[in-house]
Design a protein around this ligand. Structure first.
Ligand code: AMP
Ligand code: MG
Length: 336
């Protein structure tokens, strides 16, 4: 079975192709084009125009990379949410058009769950706690009681947006996460920074205000970057460790663009070693938003639904965007 998946929840328009043959799943293409701004955040209309302009060529390139024709595709998958309406609609129109043209099923998938499932495909993780740290989302997710449940999450902005905003204050451009990552390596002095954990949740807004003040006071960008990473990553790892203890799980999986950060990976590795658990992180192209994870979860859902006779609808006319869908709302019928 071959599934083409379209990711379009935010700045990335991605197309992936997943295949299952002889009982083995693999990714045979993963292509993307991301909307960029020189300054400021995402402008919704510009974002929609970007996705409209490049959607055809990204689909074409993915087919070429996978060496398949449109007629080889057995089903189309699309990210339904959570995400920005302007972006989701373009992905949905592209996916629906393809599915109707090919007369194939259309499978809607949840973006956050797709991050977790691609990690399970590409690493040896079987039943992990996932720390999903991306631009707009920051959640700690684990499978409990038949669903993926959120054990901790941001109370305000996503950690990636937080890092990008801080980088903008430092005139570093977008995306700022990788730039803060580089600067932090040169930081020498830890500037006291608020550590904001409430129960299992965390917040970044107050920390951002504090760091902006430190910047105005003349502290070096390197020291600020270093102090930022040491503080906010420790918050994420602390909550992840508590989720692992609570769920009695022995695996931690990273997902999301911020998981590309080496210091975050290092802290996660140390925590897992100390509690005799395994630590898994897929390659960068599968950490950031990507079409491959949408294709893969689409394939998994479709095969499971066909085998079990689940009543989820896969008709292109009925699948709609779900901008506010939460991880725990998804019925996870494909896992036992
Ligand atoms: P995503 O929303 O999952 O596609 O991830 C995008 C986010 O990842 C942006 O906010 C980036 O700044 C952030 N990011 C990418 N690479 C790094 C890195 N090395 N360190 C920290 N953040 C990063
Ligand atoms: Mg994401």
């Amino acid at each position: 079975m071959i599934v083409l998946g379209i990711e379009s929840t935010a700045h990335t328009f991605g197309v992936g192709i997943a295949e299952k043959k002889n009982g083995k799943g693999r990714i045979i293409a993963n292509v993307k084009d991301s909307y960029r701004t020189m300054q400021g955040g995402i402008i919704p209309n510009e974002l929609a125009n970007h996705h409209i302009e490049i959607c055809d060529s990204v689909i074409k390139e993915a087919l070429e990379k996978a060496s398949v024709n449109l007629s080889d595709i057995d089903a189309v998958a699309v990210s339904q949410g959570p995400g920005m309406g302007h972006a989701l609609r373009i992905g949905m129109i592209a996916a629906r058009t393809l599915a109707i043209k090919l007369n194939k099923p259309l499978i809607g998938v949840n973006h956050c769950v797709a991050h977790l499932e691609i990690g399970r495909l590409l690493t040896k993780a079987k039943d992990p706690v996932m720390l999903y740290a991306s631009g707009a989302n920051t959640q700690i997710i684990a499978f409990e009681g038949g669903r993926y449940r959120i054990f901790g999450e941001t109370l305000d902005m996503g950690i990636g947006n937080f890092l990008d905003t801080l980088a903008r204050e430092m005139s570093l451009g977008f995306p700022g996460g990788p730039k803060i990552d580089e600067l932090a390596k040169k930081g020498k002095r830890y500037i006291t920074t608020p550590y904001v954990i409430k129960g299992m949740d965390f917040g970044f807004g107050g920390i951002l205000t504090h760091l902006k003040k430190k910047l105005r006071e003349g502290h070096s960008k390197e020291d600020i970057a270093y102090s930022t990473q040491e503080t906010v990553f420790a918050m994420l790892i602390e909550a992840s460790e508590r989720a692992m203890a609570h769920c009695q799980k022995k695996e931690l999986l990273l997902g999301g663009g911020v998981a590309c950060n080496r210091r975050l990976q290092e802290m996660a590795g140390t925590m897992c070693r100390e509690r005799k658990s395994e630590f898994y992180v897929p390659e960068n192209e599968f950490l950031v938003d990507n079409g491959a994870m949408i294709a893969w979860l689409g394939l998994v859902k479709y095969r499971s639904a066909s085998a079990k006779g689940t009543k989820e609808e896969f008709s292109p006319e009925r699948i709609a965007i779900r901008p506010y869908e939460r991880t725990e709302e998804v019925e996870v019928y494909w896992r036992d």
